[in-house]
Write a protein that binds this ligand. Structure first.
Ligand SMILES: [Fe+2]
Ligand SMILES: [Fe+2]
Length: 207
């Protein structure tokens, strides 16, 4: 089956290994910066939908929260270090405000992540944890929509093609680093349950 058809019919979330491979490919293909950010939002949304769905099991939520943290660390940290820092230094006030506002929302998301880690979500799952995970998922969902509808169009209208290309390269390099050495990786090393997802190669990312 052609690759694009596979993408259209797949229902399982992308594994961390697949995401790592896609980063290498996106660098080689010179994928544009904003479509790349959108693709990474889609990876996050694959777990957001599970975390916000009352019908999914506790186990599925627990597994997805771990996956979500890995991708949130990768995308969120790389995005703020590359894109937000650029926005905050821009000459135009509306651009700087987007950068500062985005950073505040990231700070809140990472604070909720830290609280969930402290609550030991990996070894136990209760209603408090489930509620907090749902709040975090909802916040990130809203944040993603705001970025795609407002921030990205403002950013692209104030930046040159060359700036966007430089940011793309630097973003991909940082993503690769975070995916392999993220804080989440340190916290959860060896605990990723590869059996929950169809691609068994996921565990290679932990070596
Ligand atoms: Fe963001
Ligand atoms: Fe984002």
């Amino acid at each position: 089956m052609a690759n694009f058809l596979k993408e259209m019919v797949r229902t399982e979330p992308h594994t961390l290994e697949e995401i790592k491979v896609s980063l290498d490919k996106d660098m080689a293909d010179h994928k544009q910066f904003v479509p790349l950010l959108r693709e990474h939002h889609n990876y996050l949304e694959e777990s957001i939908s599970v975390l916000m769905d009352n019908e999914t099991t506790d186990f599925q939520k627990q597994e997805h929260l771990e996956r979500f943290f890995h991708i949130l660390e990768m995308h969120g940290k790389a995005e703020q270090e590359v894109l937000y820092n650029h926005l905050k230094a821009n000459d135009a006030r509306e651009v700087r405000l987007e950068g500062f506002g985005g950073q505040d929302e990231h700070d809140i998301a990472f604070q909720l992540e830290a609280e969930l880690v402290k609550m030991g979500y990996k070894t136990e799952w209760n209603e408090e944890i489930e509620a907090k995970a749902k709040v975090l998922a909802g916040l990130v969902k809203k944040h993603i929509k705001e970025e795609e509808d407002v921030m990205f169009p403002i950013a692209t209208s104030h930046m040159t093609e060359e700036e966007l290309e430089d940011m793309r390269d630097s973003y991909i390099q940082k993503c690769t680093g975070y995916l392999i050495n993220s804080r989440a990786e340190e916290i959860y090393s060896g605990t990723w349950n590869k059996d929950n997802f169809s691609d068994k190669s996921t565990d290679t990312i932990h070596h």
